[in-house]
Design a protein around this ligand. Structure first.
Ligand SMILES: Nc1nc2c(ncn2[C@@H]2O[C@H](COP(=O)(O)OP(=O)(O)OP(=O)(O)O)[C@@H](O)[C@H]2O)c(=O)[nH]1
Ligand SMILES: [Mg+2]
Length: 460
């Protein structure tokens, strides 16, 4: 696959590439590259070309075979050659040698007219996967430009979108951990990584720090996070008496849009990947008692390395504290099934699989009536909505209320007049159904969570 665009308008440019390994279908490879293209655009770069090579495995030294590497370098003005590097050298002999798998037979782009001299030179080479230190070194030598992998791109976006103190610290830790082994490896990027794209945070100083100082800085940042998390845990335990609904799902699924509509708040909604990096919690509107809290979380994405997920643990903890998870998918995205699978996998990994959940198939306004009807039998329990349609949002709100009410119990208790202040507190924690007065006190019938009844019985 070779695509080219000449509409650059002074922006920095990038050429993207992937290795389609055995077992990865054409659709999966294409959809992953389309996603990478969106990520790269979100990062502010213009994509000038996309290449892909089918191989049993990425080459240990250069990811691509020799011919394809030359083609890639054609987009950057590089030589395509790695000095002193032999594909038959001991280091590079691996079970995926080109002899076993004739790469050219797999190679799609050769069929589609590679060899044209590209008009536009790319400033960056970006790989749709993870790059080892050695591969990074070799690729930068062959292309003469800075090379980034998928994680590097995601980190760059995170770094730009982080707003709260917590998100900034989390991103800085993730970035330092990512950059530490690459500092020595990257001859080109080493000077510029993190700084060249205008990133804030770790980028400006990282290249001056040796590994030990990076470790010290990470420890220092982690200590700061512990303080923030202690405070968050205190707040979270105070919220325990409330019913909390967490919106979880792939990036750009529409979580923040739903959060806005359900809570009448002004959280950021953008057609960007990873628009939200901070957890926001707001009461669902119109308010009920006890309040239903809705939280918006960071989106998930394919091929997100574990340590990056871990660095957003506290954001995910908010989802784990929820009484109900709303798995939100963008049903208009052809890849939505695999996006849902990614979300469920991450939630399972962090221990959230036992939390009750509902599936929200969002953006149905982007489907034709036929497409929608075909989809419904596949998700009989799914809630099909458009966050842009107020009636759909109301249907969702009522469904949330039903789950919330099914968790509550109805109780009647008498509150003595000398403990009258408890009545005021109860009103914020329960839905009052009936009140009557006799000589012992106020007899009140209310609906709330079992924990609140236990709390009240203890202090009466
Ligand atoms: N057509 C249509 N667009 C929607 C719908 N819901 C959300 N969008 C759009 O999809 C884009 C992403 O929406 P967000 O609500 O920011 O998505 P998110 O899940 O919070 O994304 P991240 O914060 O990046 O994880 C925005 O441009 C929204 O306007 C919908 O039901 N229909
Ligand atoms: Mg969002």
């Amino acid at each position: 696959m070779v695509e080219q665009s000449n509409d650059i308008k002074g922006k920095k440019t990038a050429v993207l590439f992937s290795v389609q390994t055995q077992g990865v279908s054409d659709e999966e490879n294409d959809s992953s590259l389309i996603e990478l293209r969106r990520l790269v655009k979100t990062m502010g770069l213009e994509v000038v070309a996309t290449l892909s090579q089918r191989r049993p495995k990425p080459d240990k030294g250069t990811l691509l075979g020799a011919g394809k590497l030359k083609e890639l370098a054609g987009y950057t003005g590089g030589t395509g050659i790695v000095e002193g590097f032999s594909r038959k050298s001991e280091d590079n002999t691996c079970d995926d040698t080109d002899d076993d798998y004739p790469v050219d037979d797999f190679d799609e782009s050769d069929e589609e007219g590679s060899g044209d001299e590209p008009d536009v030179k790319a400033d960056f080479v970006i790989y749709d996967g993870e790059i080892s230190t050695k591969q990074l070194q070799n690729l930068e030598q062959a292309t003469g430009v800075e090379v980034l992998d998928r994680t590097g791109v995601i980190l760059e976006i995170f770094s730009r979108h982080a707003k709260s103190r917590e998100a900034l610290i989390q991103v800085e830790i993730a970035k330092l951990a990512y950059m530490a082994p690459r500092l020595r490896a990257s001859r080109i990027g080493g000077d510029r990584q993190g700084g060249s794209l205008g990133a804030k945070g770790a980028g400006e100083t990282a290249h001056e720090l040796d590994k030990r100082r990076i470790r010290d800085r990470i420890s220092e940042l982690k200590a700061k996070l512990v303080d923030i998390h202690d405070e968050q845990n205190r707040r979270r335990s105070r919220r325990k008496e409330n019913f909390q609904v967490a919106l979880v799902g792939y990036t750009n699924a529409g979580k923040s849009s739903l959060m806005r509509k359900l809570t009448h708040s002004d959280v950021l909604v953008e057609d960007k990947l990873f628009a939200t990096l901070d957890t926001r919690i707001k009461a669902m509107q119109p308010e009920v008692f006890p309040p239903i809290l809705v939280s918006d979380t960071v989106g998930f994405i394919k091929k997100l390395p574990h340590d990056l997920v871990a660095s957003f643990q506290s954001t995910l903890d908010e989802a784990l504290a929820a009484s109900l998870l709303l798995f939100t998918v963008d049903v208009s995205d052809p890849a939505f099934r695999s996006q849902l699978a990614v979300t469920k996998k991450v939630l399972k990994e962090i221990g959230g699989e036992t939390i009750p959940s509902r599936l929200i198939l969002n953006k149905i306004d982007k489907l034709s009536p036929d497409e929608l009807e075909k989809l419904k039998p596949e998700f009989p329990e799914g809630i099909f909505i458009s966050a842009h349609n107020p009636e759909d949002v109301e249907t969702l709100r009522i469904k949330i209320l039903h789950v919330f009410e099914s968790n509550m119990i109805e109780t009647t208790l008498t509150i003595p007049y000398d403990k009258g202040h408890l009545l005021g507190q109860l009103r914020t924690k329960a839905g009052i159904i009936h009140e009557s007065y006799d000589e012992k006190g106020t007899e009140v019938t209310f609906k709330t969570f079992p924990e609140t009844v236990i709390w009240l019985q203890k202090i009466l």
